[in-house]
Design a protein around this ligand. Structure first.
Ligand code: GDP
Length: 194
């Protein structure tokens, strides 16, 4: 199983690019067509020696009615609830937008650990957006460039304790189940059953 990590954020911040970066898909596979609605799709992610499942949340930019915000909120909430950790992505070049703030409000209400990523931070163009993102109340941002593969060691440092904890919990649960099974077998033997 392993840890499940969800990528959250408004459309066009680079969620899909980050997803592809972490599952090692070629970046050319990013669909740049505006309005393409993606399903939430899990992928096997690797970052250094970390292995986890990554879930990209759909781009709903094509939804053109008043329910767009509600649908995004619902989908975001669902993804957060199902995840062991959340990568909350903003576009450091665009700065913090009202929609980012809206998403952040949803993310702040959860007990799931949230890692704030200021993407597109290569070069100097992302600097002010990175500092702006402190205001989201999601802790210190990590500047990354999903496209250029920068900032990934800082992301590793932030994710490692979370991924390790889930792996340890699962190993303990598996060991517990084995002990339970052994006990059951012994009990059956004592009853004289095969
Ligand atoms: P999503 O809608 O959040 O999944 O965003 P995408 O991954 O589709 O990316 C939106 C646009 O931002 C695309 O044109 C990407 O090439 C671009 N992009 C993604 N990551 C970076 C980055 O690190 N730096 C820059 N400059 N552009 C990026």
């Amino acid at each position: 199983m392993g840890a499940k990590v969800a990528i959250i954020g408004r459309p066009n911040v680079g969620k899909s690019t980050l997803f592809n970066r972490l599952v090692g898909k070629r970046l050319a596979l990013v669909d740049d067509t505006p309005g393409v609605t993606r399903d939430r799709r899990p992928g096997d992610a690797r970052l250094g020696d970390l292995r986890f499942t990554i879930v990209d949340t759909a781009g709903l930019e094509d939804a053109d009615n008043a329910s767009l915000e509600g649908r995004m909120r619902h989908q975001t909430e669902e993804a957060i609830v199902e995840a062991d950790a959340v990568l909350f992505v903003i576009d450091a070049r665009a700065g913090v937008t009202p929609l980012d703030a809206h998403f952040a409000e949803v993310a702040r209400k959860t007990t799931t650990p949230v890692i704030l990523l200021a993407n597109k931070a290569e070069g100097k163009a992302g600097e002010s957006g990175l500092y702006e993102s402190f205001s989201l109340g999601l802790g210190d941002p990590i500047g990354i460039s999903a496209e250029h593969g920068e900032g990934l060691s800082d992301l590793y440092d932030a994710l490692k304790p979370l991924v390790d904890r889930i792996d340890e919990e699962e190993a303990l649960a598996a060991a517990g189940a084995e002990v339970e099974e052994a006990r059951t077998n012994i009990a059956v033997d004592e009853d004289g059953e095969p």
